[in-house]
Ligand binder design. Structure first.
Ligand code: NDP
Length: 329
Protein backbone atom coordinates (compact mmCIF):
# COMPACT_ATOMS: atom_id res chain seq x y z
CA UNK A 1 0.00 0.00 0.00
CA UNK A 2 1.84 3.22 -1.09
CA UNK A 3 2.58 5.67 1.73
CA UNK A 4 2.01 8.96 -0.06
CA UNK A 5 -1.76 8.51 -0.34
CA UNK A 6 -4.23 11.14 0.86
CA UNK A 7 -5.65 10.41 4.30
CA UNK A 8 -9.28 11.06 3.38
CA UNK A 9 -11.76 10.86 0.51
CA UNK A 10 -14.86 12.94 -0.16
CA UNK A 11 -18.14 11.29 -1.06
CA UNK A 12 -21.54 12.67 -2.03
CA UNK A 13 -24.16 10.44 -0.45
CA UNK A 14 -27.85 10.22 0.31
CA UNK A 15 -28.82 10.38 3.97
CA UNK A 16 -32.31 8.95 3.28
CA UNK A 17 -34.59 8.33 0.29
CA UNK A 18 -36.21 11.43 -1.16
CA UNK A 19 -35.74 14.48 -3.37
CA UNK A 20 -32.41 15.98 -4.37
CA UNK A 21 -32.08 17.64 -0.93
CA UNK A 22 -31.12 14.26 0.59
CA UNK A 23 -27.56 14.58 -0.78
CA UNK A 24 -24.67 15.73 1.37
CA UNK A 25 -20.94 15.79 0.68
CA UNK A 26 -18.79 14.48 3.53
CA UNK A 27 -15.23 13.43 4.25
CA UNK A 28 -14.62 9.74 4.93
CA UNK A 29 -11.46 7.71 5.44
CA UNK A 30 -9.74 6.61 2.26
CA UNK A 31 -11.06 3.15 1.30
CA UNK A 32 -8.48 0.35 1.32
CA UNK A 33 -8.47 -2.11 -1.55
CA UNK A 34 -9.12 -5.71 -0.52
CA UNK A 35 -7.77 -8.75 -2.40
CA UNK A 36 -8.35 -8.37 -6.14
CA UNK A 37 -9.38 -4.72 -5.84
CA UNK A 38 -7.82 -1.44 -6.95
CA UNK A 39 -8.32 2.05 -5.53
CA UNK A 40 -9.02 4.66 -8.20
CA UNK A 41 -8.63 8.43 -7.88
CA UNK A 42 -11.66 9.75 -9.75
CA UNK A 43 -11.17 12.02 -12.76
CA UNK A 44 -14.92 12.01 -13.51
CA UNK A 45 -17.93 9.93 -12.54
CA UNK A 46 -20.90 9.35 -14.82
CA UNK A 47 -24.46 10.12 -13.78
CA UNK A 48 -27.09 7.58 -14.78
CA UNK A 49 -30.84 7.38 -14.50
CA UNK A 50 -30.64 4.41 -12.13
CA UNK A 51 -29.13 6.64 -9.42
CA UNK A 52 -32.25 8.79 -9.47
CA UNK A 53 -34.34 5.63 -8.85
CA UNK A 54 -32.01 4.72 -5.93
CA UNK A 55 -32.10 8.23 -4.47
CA UNK A 56 -35.89 8.56 -4.68
CA UNK A 57 -36.61 5.09 -3.31
CA UNK A 58 -38.00 3.51 -6.52
CA UNK A 59 -35.10 1.02 -6.14
CA UNK A 60 -34.62 0.56 -2.37
CA UNK A 61 -31.05 0.97 -1.03
CA UNK A 62 -29.59 1.23 2.45
CA UNK A 63 -28.70 4.77 3.57
CA UNK A 64 -26.32 6.48 3.88
CA UNK A 65 -25.71 5.45 0.29
CA UNK A 66 -22.96 6.62 -2.06
CA UNK A 67 -24.42 6.34 -5.58
CA UNK A 68 -22.42 5.94 -8.73
CA UNK A 69 -22.15 2.97 -11.07
CA UNK A 70 -19.34 4.26 -13.25
CA UNK A 71 -16.18 6.30 -12.96
CA UNK A 72 -12.87 6.91 -14.65
CA UNK A 73 -9.54 7.75 -13.08
CA UNK A 74 -6.07 6.57 -12.15
CA UNK A 75 -5.17 3.58 -9.99
CA UNK A 76 -3.37 4.79 -6.86
CA UNK A 77 -3.29 1.56 -4.84
CA UNK A 78 -3.88 -2.13 -5.41
CA UNK A 79 -4.84 -4.97 -3.07
CA UNK A 80 -3.29 -8.43 -3.05
CA UNK A 81 -3.57 -10.70 -6.07
CA UNK A 82 -4.20 -7.96 -8.62
CA UNK A 83 -2.77 -8.99 -11.95
CA UNK A 84 -2.24 -7.01 -15.13
CA UNK A 85 -3.04 -3.57 -13.69
CA UNK A 86 -0.45 -1.33 -12.09
CA UNK A 87 -0.46 1.91 -10.10
CA UNK A 88 -0.66 4.90 -12.43
CA UNK A 89 -2.80 3.04 -15.00
CA UNK A 90 -5.95 4.88 -16.24
CA UNK A 91 -9.06 2.75 -15.99
CA UNK A 92 -12.77 3.02 -16.36
CA UNK A 93 -15.47 0.80 -14.92
CA UNK A 94 -17.56 -1.83 -16.67
CA UNK A 95 -20.55 -3.18 -14.74
CA UNK A 96 -21.17 -3.45 -11.01
CA UNK A 97 -19.08 -0.50 -9.86
CA UNK A 98 -20.52 1.21 -6.79
CA UNK A 99 -19.95 4.44 -4.94
CA UNK A 100 -18.30 6.48 -7.68
CA UNK A 101 -19.88 9.78 -6.54
CA UNK A 102 -16.56 10.21 -4.72
CA UNK A 103 -13.00 11.45 -5.04
CA UNK A 104 -11.86 7.80 -4.74
CA UNK A 105 -13.57 4.47 -5.31
CA UNK A 106 -12.76 0.77 -5.18
CA UNK A 107 -13.34 -1.64 -8.02
CA UNK A 108 -12.60 -5.31 -8.68
CA UNK A 109 -9.56 -5.36 -10.94
CA UNK A 110 -11.32 -7.92 -13.15
CA UNK A 111 -14.05 -5.38 -13.90
CA UNK A 112 -11.75 -2.40 -14.49
CA UNK A 113 -11.24 -1.58 -18.15
CA UNK A 114 -7.85 -0.09 -19.10
CA UNK A 115 -8.32 3.15 -21.08
CA UNK A 116 -6.31 3.41 -24.31
CA UNK A 117 -3.95 6.44 -24.46
CA UNK A 118 -5.86 8.05 -27.34
CA UNK A 119 -9.09 8.17 -25.30
CA UNK A 120 -9.46 11.17 -22.94
CA UNK A 121 -10.66 10.93 -19.33
CA UNK A 122 -13.88 12.69 -20.30
CA UNK A 123 -14.57 10.30 -23.15
CA UNK A 124 -13.76 7.31 -20.96
CA UNK A 125 -16.03 8.59 -18.20
CA UNK A 126 -18.90 9.18 -20.62
CA UNK A 127 -18.64 5.78 -22.29
CA UNK A 128 -19.03 2.73 -20.09
CA UNK A 129 -22.62 2.30 -18.93
CA UNK A 130 -24.42 3.99 -21.78
CA UNK A 131 -21.94 2.76 -24.40
CA UNK A 132 -22.00 -0.87 -23.27
CA UNK A 133 -25.80 -0.65 -23.06
CA UNK A 134 -26.15 0.62 -26.62
CA UNK A 135 -23.70 -2.07 -27.76
CA UNK A 136 -25.54 -5.02 -26.21
CA UNK A 137 -28.97 -3.71 -27.25
CA UNK A 138 -28.14 -3.64 -30.96
CA UNK A 139 -25.71 -6.56 -31.14
CA UNK A 140 -27.04 -9.05 -28.64
CA UNK A 141 -30.61 -8.36 -27.46
CA UNK A 142 -31.74 -7.92 -31.07
CA UNK A 143 -29.04 -8.02 -33.72
CA UNK A 144 -29.76 -5.17 -36.14
CA UNK A 145 -28.90 -5.81 -39.79
CA UNK A 146 -27.77 -3.22 -42.39
CA UNK A 147 -30.75 -1.57 -44.09
CA UNK A 148 -33.17 -2.37 -41.26
CA UNK A 149 -35.45 0.39 -39.92
CA UNK A 150 -35.33 0.82 -36.16
CA UNK A 151 -37.25 2.99 -33.69
CA UNK A 152 -35.37 4.22 -30.62
CA UNK A 153 -36.82 6.75 -28.17
CA UNK A 154 -35.24 9.82 -26.49
CA UNK A 155 -32.75 10.36 -29.31
CA UNK A 156 -31.08 13.35 -27.66
CA UNK A 157 -30.42 11.46 -24.42
CA UNK A 158 -27.27 9.77 -23.27
CA UNK A 159 -28.03 6.23 -24.42
CA UNK A 160 -30.12 7.63 -27.28
CA UNK A 161 -27.30 9.50 -29.00
CA UNK A 162 -24.92 6.56 -28.72
CA UNK A 163 -27.55 4.11 -29.98
CA UNK A 164 -28.25 6.24 -33.02
CA UNK A 165 -24.59 6.61 -33.93
CA UNK A 166 -23.84 2.88 -33.54
CA UNK A 167 -26.99 2.00 -35.52
CA UNK A 168 -25.96 4.34 -38.35
CA UNK A 169 -22.48 2.79 -38.36
CA UNK A 170 -24.22 -0.58 -38.93
CA UNK A 171 -26.14 0.86 -41.88
CA UNK A 172 -29.57 0.95 -40.21
CA UNK A 173 -32.27 3.57 -40.78
CA UNK A 174 -33.04 5.29 -37.46
CA UNK A 175 -36.32 6.79 -36.33
CA UNK A 176 -36.32 8.51 -32.94
CA UNK A 177 -38.41 10.74 -30.65
CA UNK A 178 -37.60 13.87 -28.63
CA UNK A 179 -39.68 16.38 -26.64
CA UNK A 180 -38.39 19.69 -28.04
CA UNK A 181 -37.14 21.20 -31.30
CA UNK A 182 -33.70 21.78 -29.75
CA UNK A 183 -33.46 18.15 -28.78
CA UNK A 184 -34.63 17.15 -32.26
CA UNK A 185 -31.63 18.98 -33.72
CA UNK A 186 -29.29 17.14 -31.38
CA UNK A 187 -30.84 13.79 -32.34
CA UNK A 188 -30.44 14.68 -36.01
CA UNK A 189 -26.82 15.67 -35.47
CA UNK A 190 -26.28 12.20 -33.96
CA UNK A 191 -27.51 10.78 -37.29
CA UNK A 192 -31.22 10.09 -36.83
CA UNK A 193 -33.06 9.90 -40.18
CA UNK A 194 -36.44 10.84 -38.69
CA UNK A 195 -37.15 12.68 -35.42
CA UNK A 196 -40.78 12.40 -34.31
CA UNK A 197 -42.87 13.75 -31.45
CA UNK A 198 -44.06 11.51 -28.63
CA UNK A 199 -47.70 12.30 -29.42
CA UNK A 200 -47.82 11.00 -32.97
CA UNK A 201 -44.86 8.67 -33.43
CA UNK A 202 -46.77 5.38 -33.82
CA UNK A 203 -48.83 6.66 -36.78
CA UNK A 204 -45.79 8.30 -38.35
CA UNK A 205 -43.72 5.12 -38.04
CA UNK A 206 -46.46 3.30 -40.01
CA UNK A 207 -46.27 5.96 -42.72
CA UNK A 208 -42.49 5.90 -42.92
CA UNK A 209 -42.46 2.10 -43.16
CA UNK A 210 -45.35 2.05 -45.69
CA UNK A 211 -47.64 0.31 -43.22
CA UNK A 212 -45.18 -2.47 -42.34
CA UNK A 213 -43.99 -1.24 -38.93
CA UNK A 214 -40.43 -1.62 -37.66
CA UNK A 215 -38.77 -4.88 -36.69
CA UNK A 216 -37.43 -3.57 -33.37
CA UNK A 217 -38.13 -0.74 -30.92
CA UNK A 218 -35.61 0.26 -28.24
CA UNK A 219 -37.66 1.88 -25.48
CA UNK A 220 -36.01 3.41 -22.40
CA UNK A 221 -38.90 5.80 -21.72
CA UNK A 222 -41.29 3.09 -20.53
CA UNK A 223 -44.73 3.94 -19.20
CA UNK A 224 -45.57 6.81 -21.59
CA UNK A 225 -44.32 5.16 -24.80
CA UNK A 226 -44.96 1.45 -24.23
CA UNK A 227 -48.29 1.18 -26.06
CA UNK A 228 -47.11 3.36 -28.96
CA UNK A 229 -43.99 1.23 -29.20
CA UNK A 230 -46.11 -1.93 -29.56
CA UNK A 231 -48.21 -0.15 -32.20
CA UNK A 232 -45.04 0.71 -34.15
CA UNK A 233 -43.93 -2.90 -34.56
CA UNK A 234 -44.48 -5.09 -37.60
CA UNK A 235 -45.48 -8.77 -37.42
CA UNK A 236 -43.09 -10.71 -35.13
CA UNK A 237 -41.39 -7.46 -34.14
CA UNK A 238 -39.38 -7.10 -30.93
CA UNK A 239 -39.91 -4.52 -28.21
CA UNK A 240 -36.79 -4.04 -26.11
CA UNK A 241 -37.91 -2.24 -22.96
CA UNK A 242 -34.66 -1.16 -21.31
CA UNK A 243 -35.76 1.56 -18.90
CA UNK A 244 -38.53 3.68 -17.47
CA UNK A 245 -37.54 7.35 -17.65
CA UNK A 246 -41.26 8.25 -17.60
CA UNK A 247 -42.15 5.55 -15.04
CA UNK A 248 -42.40 1.77 -14.93
CA UNK A 249 -44.73 -0.07 -17.31
CA UNK A 250 -47.75 -1.47 -15.42
CA UNK A 251 -48.72 -5.19 -15.56
CA UNK A 252 -49.59 -6.26 -19.05
CA UNK A 253 -51.81 -8.88 -20.76
CA UNK A 254 -49.60 -11.24 -22.78
CA UNK A 255 -52.46 -11.91 -25.26
CA UNK A 256 -51.82 -8.37 -26.47
CA UNK A 257 -48.62 -9.68 -28.10
CA UNK A 258 -50.61 -12.28 -30.02
CA UNK A 259 -53.28 -9.79 -31.15
CA UNK A 260 -50.62 -7.43 -32.48
CA UNK A 261 -48.78 -9.98 -34.64
CA UNK A 262 -46.91 -12.44 -32.43
CA UNK A 263 -44.62 -9.80 -30.95
CA UNK A 264 -41.66 -10.32 -28.62
CA UNK A 265 -40.98 -8.22 -25.52
CA UNK A 266 -37.80 -8.34 -23.45
CA UNK A 267 -36.64 -6.34 -20.40
CA UNK A 268 -32.83 -6.58 -20.39
CA UNK A 269 -30.15 -4.94 -18.29
CA UNK A 270 -26.41 -4.57 -18.69
CA UNK A 271 -25.40 -7.11 -16.05
CA UNK A 272 -26.87 -9.94 -18.16
CA UNK A 273 -24.77 -8.88 -21.14
CA UNK A 274 -21.35 -8.59 -19.47
CA UNK A 275 -21.24 -12.13 -18.20
CA UNK A 276 -17.54 -12.87 -18.54
CA UNK A 277 -14.16 -11.37 -19.43
CA UNK A 278 -14.54 -12.19 -23.13
CA UNK A 279 -17.89 -10.45 -23.43
CA UNK A 280 -16.57 -7.41 -21.56
CA UNK A 281 -13.43 -7.24 -23.71
CA UNK A 282 -15.44 -7.60 -26.94
CA UNK A 283 -17.88 -4.80 -26.13
CA UNK A 284 -15.27 -2.35 -24.85
CA UNK A 285 -12.80 -2.98 -27.67
CA UNK A 286 -15.56 -2.28 -30.23
CA UNK A 287 -16.61 0.86 -28.35
CA UNK A 288 -13.05 2.20 -28.13
CA UNK A 289 -12.62 1.40 -31.84
CA UNK A 290 -15.80 3.34 -32.68
CA UNK A 291 -14.51 6.30 -30.63
CA UNK A 292 -11.12 6.41 -32.29
CA UNK A 293 -12.48 5.82 -35.82
CA UNK A 294 -14.96 8.67 -35.44
CA UNK A 295 -18.05 6.43 -35.75
CA UNK A 296 -18.91 7.48 -32.19
CA UNK A 297 -18.68 10.94 -30.65
CA UNK A 298 -19.65 11.35 -27.02
CA UNK A 299 -21.63 14.45 -26.28
CA UNK A 300 -21.10 15.70 -22.71
CA UNK A 301 -24.32 17.54 -21.90
CA UNK A 302 -23.23 18.74 -18.46
CA UNK A 303 -20.26 18.59 -16.09
CA UNK A 304 -21.15 19.25 -12.43
CA UNK A 305 -18.98 19.58 -9.31
CA UNK A 306 -19.26 16.43 -7.17
CA UNK A 307 -21.08 18.35 -4.45
CA UNK A 308 -23.79 19.34 -6.94
CA UNK A 309 -25.02 15.83 -7.72
CA UNK A 310 -28.50 16.98 -6.66
CA UNK A 311 -28.57 19.57 -9.41
CA UNK A 312 -27.52 16.93 -11.97
CA UNK A 313 -30.35 14.65 -10.81
CA UNK A 314 -32.84 17.48 -10.92
CA UNK A 315 -31.86 18.37 -14.50
CA UNK A 316 -31.95 14.71 -15.59
CA UNK A 317 -35.33 13.94 -14.04
CA UNK A 318 -36.88 17.10 -15.44
CA UNK A 319 -35.79 16.45 -19.01
CA UNK A 320 -33.45 19.45 -19.15
CA UNK A 321 -30.43 17.46 -20.28
CA UNK A 322 -28.99 16.00 -23.45
CA UNK A 323 -26.08 13.60 -23.79
CA UNK A 324 -23.94 12.49 -20.86
CA UNK A 325 -23.78 14.08 -17.41
CA UNK A 326 -20.53 13.91 -15.44
CA UNK A 327 -19.55 14.72 -11.84
CA UNK A 328 -16.06 16.07 -11.36
CA UNK A 329 -14.37 16.05 -7.90
P1 NDP B 1 -31.43 10.14 -20.93
O1 NDP B 1 -30.30 11.07 -21.15
O2 NDP B 1 -32.00 9.41 -22.10
O3 NDP B 1 -32.57 10.92 -20.17
C1 NDP B 1 -33.87 10.45 -20.18
C2 NDP B 1 -34.66 11.04 -21.34
O4 NDP B 1 -35.88 10.35 -21.42
C3 NDP B 1 -35.01 12.49 -21.11
O5 NDP B 1 -34.00 13.39 -21.45
C4 NDP B 1 -36.23 12.62 -21.98
O6 NDP B 1 -35.88 13.00 -23.30
C5 NDP B 1 -36.81 11.20 -22.02
N1 NDP B 1 -38.10 11.16 -21.31
C6 NDP B 1 -39.28 10.88 -21.87
N2 NDP B 1 -40.26 10.98 -20.99
C7 NDP B 1 -39.69 11.36 -19.83
C8 NDP B 1 -40.20 11.66 -18.53
N3 NDP B 1 -41.52 11.59 -18.27
N4 NDP B 1 -39.35 12.03 -17.57
C9 NDP B 1 -38.03 12.10 -17.81
N5 NDP B 1 -37.47 11.82 -19.02
C10 NDP B 1 -38.31 11.47 -20.02
O7 NDP B 1 -31.02 9.07 -19.81
P2 NDP B 1 -29.99 7.86 -19.96
O8 NDP B 1 -29.39 7.85 -21.29
O9 NDP B 1 -29.12 7.86 -18.78
O10 NDP B 1 -30.96 6.60 -19.79
C11 NDP B 1 -32.00 6.36 -20.73
C12 NDP B 1 -32.79 5.16 -20.27
O11 NDP B 1 -31.97 4.00 -20.35
C13 NDP B 1 -33.27 5.24 -18.82
O12 NDP B 1 -34.56 4.71 -18.74
C14 NDP B 1 -32.30 4.32 -18.09
O13 NDP B 1 -32.85 3.78 -16.91
C15 NDP B 1 -32.07 3.27 -19.15
N6 NDP B 1 -30.85 2.48 -19.00
C16 NDP B 1 -31.00 1.12 -19.00
C17 NDP B 1 -29.92 0.30 -18.95
C18 NDP B 1 -30.12 -1.16 -19.05
O14 NDP B 1 -29.16 -1.92 -19.19
N7 NDP B 1 -31.34 -1.63 -19.00
C19 NDP B 1 -28.56 0.83 -18.78
C20 NDP B 1 -28.50 2.29 -18.87
C21 NDP B 1 -29.62 3.07 -18.96
P3 NDP B 1 -36.96 13.88 -24.11
O15 NDP B 1 -37.14 15.14 -23.32
O16 NDP B 1 -36.43 14.07 -25.45
O17 NDP B 1 -38.19 13.03 -24.08
Amino acid sequence: FPEDLPSAARVTRTEQAGGTEVFSTVEVSLPEPGPGQVLVETAAAGVNFIETYQRSGVYPVEHPFVPGGEGTGTIIAAGEAVEGLEIGRRVTTSEAATGTYATHFLIDAAKAVPVPDEVTDQQAAALPLQGATAHYLINSTYRVAPGETVLTHAGAGGVGQILTQLLKAKGARVITTTSTAEKAEIAQAAGADYVLSYDTFADEVREITKGEGVSVVYDGVGRDTFTGSLESLGVRGTLVLFGGASGQVPPFDLQELNRRGGLFVTRPSLQWYLRNAEERAWRFSELFKALTSGDLTLNIGGSYPLAEAGRAHDDLENRRTTGKLLLVP
